[in-house]
Design a protein around this ligand. Structure first.
Ligand SMILES: [Fe+2]
Length: 328
């Protein structure tokens, strides 16, 4: 997951990110790769509305707010947590609560769950960080994962459930094909659907190719920690959820969920249409005060997570909503 800081520049994919020499937090285990063609398979879920919540990051208050909103959704529906639902919950009781509650719904593995359940040699946090994320931030991310692993190590049953989760999911929403991934169309920890990559001509072209290969109208992702709703074709969207469990915009204080449905969402932060579907960003206005207090108990000042994320948790990232919605 990407920390608070803005990239100085958008670099190219590093050799490590696609399986070169291992560097913890930079490189990806080879079994993270599935390829966009694997998404061109029959759907295993048929619903009228699909909620996708990526990047919960162990925030129980965001989880509870999400479940309240989702409970009010009518019709045939599903909620899928598309990875990294653990991160700040480095406490056995907290970890168990998040795990049990999330797994009452649909879920796919993120790199965090994968590195907890089946650690890759020298994968570190498994984030596959690109060059625009600094080495110090990557090192802190690796140490956060180590602490989370220590907190969860006695829960073999919970970890076994994580190990069995799929990396991707294909659904039909009101008869329209939608794929859910954690990173991008090729890899669990790919950054191809990050707002930084989608802002480049090459990145946009690759995303367009991905939706065509996957034969979907919507590709829902997460992982890169900043949201973007990007039109990549006349009738196709990439919907990167950003973070369900952290603020997503400057001076903002809410998490996000992505709702994909045959009807629009009243009060959505922003949205667009593709293939007859409405894709909307739903605000998760969780209890900020309670979450800050809990975060500080788990990650006090001076800790790795505090240094990387507290500014974002309290002030939001240096990113604005109008940059996230790229649908014209
Ligand atoms: Fe991730």
């Amino acid at each position: 997951m990407k920390p608070f800081s803005e990239p100085a520049a958008v670099g190219q994919w590093s050799a490590e990110a696609i399986g070169g020499a291992a560097r913890p937090g930079r490189s990806c285990p080879i079994d993270y790769f599935y390829g966009a063609a694997s998404l061109a398979r029959p759907a295993t879920l048929e619903v009228e509305s699909l909620w996708v919540a990526g990047g919960l990051y162990g925030n129980r208050y965001a989880l509870e707010r999400l479940l309240e909103l989702y409970a009010a959704e009518p019709g045939v529906k599903a909620l899928v947590f598309n990875g990294d639902f653990h991160w700040f919950d480095a406490d056995p009781a907290e970890f168990g609560y998040i795990n049990r509650t999330v797994l009452e719904h649909g879920a796919t593995r993120g790199n965090v769950e994968t590195e907890l359940a089946q650690p890759g040699a020298q994968a570190g946090c498994g984030c596959g960080y690109p060059e625009w994320v600094g080495d110090a931030e990557v090192a802190r991310s690796n140490r956060i994962l180590e602490r989370l692993r220590a907190a969860s190590q006695t829960m073999s049953g919970e970890l076994a459930l994580l190990r069995e989760l799929p990396m991707t999911l294909v659904a039909e929403v009101a008869g329209v094909r939608v794929a859910v991934v954690h990173g991008d169309a090729d890899s669990l920890a790919g950054w191809g659907f990050s707002q930084e990559r989608l802002a480049t001509t090459e990145g946009l072209r690759a995303a367009r190719r991905a939706v065509r290969v996957a034969q979907v109208r919507v590709l829902a992702s997460s992982h890169s920690c900043l949201p973007v709703l990007q039109r990549v074709d006349r009738d196709a969207l990439i919907a990167n959820n950003g973070a369900a469990g952290m603020p997503n915009f400057r001076a903002g204080n809410c998490g996000l969920a992505t709702r994909i449905a045959s009807s629009p969402r009243a009060g959505a932060l922003y949205g667009a249409r593709a293939g007859g579907l409405f894709v909307d960003a739903v605000s998760l206005d969780y209890d900020q005060t309670a979450w800050r207090e809990r975060f500080l108990e788990l990650w006090p000042e001076g800790s790795d997570a505090h240094r990387s994320y507290y500014a974002r948790i309290t002030q939001g990232p240096a990113y604005d909503r109008d940059r996230a919605c790229r649908t014209v």
